[in-house]
Ligand binder design. Structure first.
Ligand SMILES: [Zn+2]
Length: 323
């Protein structure tokens, strides 16, 4: 059969557990034979009835789920796969209530699935943005719950110093104009040390950096960047010097957060940010006409070697990569 094109195709195709195992096998082991996640051995037996493998060396059994974000989950692979399809392709995100209804699990299970999927979508390694020969990088922050635009320095200070109840969460975003990729991260505050440390970690020296006039970006030139600022209030766009690319990303993020999701606890905000960044960075463009199936496959490719337990998710212990 051809690759599924639509959600309906996907539901039909992955209703067959063999198709689920085949796709996971392809993703995890490049279409080759499975490697034992316990000891790394390649020889194994296929236990057809249980739909699992048995290692010929350590004799332990393993499934397509072992060593992935699906590990130890009683939810069947077809439900996971449709969950991934939905998260990868719903532009404004999807809530646990919707997932629960569509795939037939409880809302609590759907919430857990969503967080595991988001964890898989988080891009752990990044190429540096910009470069002296490359295009400019837009840098901006957005306060979740507050308005990202037209904010005076005083308001920004008030937002980040607010009491617990009204505290807004700052998210820092960067958009590389050349690759059209975004990276975004929840930051503790929007003060100079934090902002400039993030820039140093993410943008090559010698790059051109566009920001607004927030004092947190002052003296970037001293750090070997070519720094140009745009003042939103009276000079919205000055030719190429603008931050509208990253502001478009903020609109998408906020639309997802305010519309689709019922509530976001600050603790989980970074996962929503990662999810939105995944969709943004893998959106279809003229040069890169990705389909829903492609985005689904990209998301699926990130499941291997990542595992998140309920305790980790609820903040009781730190995150671990299982290999
Ligand atoms: Zn083994």
């Amino acid at each position: 059969m051809e690759n599924p094109k639509t959600l309906t195709d996907a539901i039909r195709y992955y209703a067959d557990p063999e198709n689920c195992i085949a796709i996971i096998k392809e993703m995890r082991w490049g279409g080759g034979e499975p490697i034992c996640p316990h000891c790394g051995e390649q020889r194994h037996y296929w236990l057809a009835k249980q739909m699992r493998w048995k290692c010929a060396a350590c004799r332990k059994q393993f499934t397509a789920k072992t060593g992935t974000v699906f590990e130890n989950s009683p939810i069947s692979l077809d439900k996971w796969i449709i969950g991934i399809w939905l998260v990868a392709n719903c532009k404004n995100g999807i809530s646990s209530y919707e997932i629960a209804r569509y795939v037939g699990v409880t809302q609590k299970s759907a919430w857990f699935m969503l967080h595991r999927i988001r964890y898989a979508l988080a891009n752990g390694s990044w190429e540096m943005f910009g470069g002296p020969e490359s295009g400019p990088v837009e840098v901006d922050e957005c306060f979740i719950g507050g308005k990202p635009k037209n904010m005076h320095a005083k308001q920004r200070l008030k937002m980040q110093n607010g009491t617990h109840a009204n505290k807004k969460m700052p998210v820092m975003g960067m958009l590389d104009r050349e690759s059209r990729k975004v990276r975004a991260k929840v930051i503790p505050n929007a003060k100079r040390e934090v902002l400039q440390r993030e820039i140093l970690n993410a943008i090559e020296k010698g790059s051109t950096v566009y920001t607004d006039g927030w004092t947190g970006y002052d003296n970037l030139a001293a750090q070997d960047y070519i720094h140009e600022t745009v003042t939103h209030i009276n000079e919205y766009v000055r030719g190429q010097v603008h931050t509208q690319g990253i502001e478009n990303f903020w609109s998408l993020l906020k639309r997802g957060l305010n519309g689709t999701y019922v509530a976001v606890e600050p603790f989980h905000l970074h996962r929503y940010v990662d999810e939105q960044a995944f969709r943004y960075n893998n959106r279809a463009t003229k040069d890169n006409p990705l389909t829903d199936y492609d985005r689904f496959m990209l998301a699926l490719s990130q499941i291997s070697g990542k595992r998140l337990t309920y305790a980790e998710l609820t903040g009781k212990v730190g995150e671990t990569a299982c290999r």
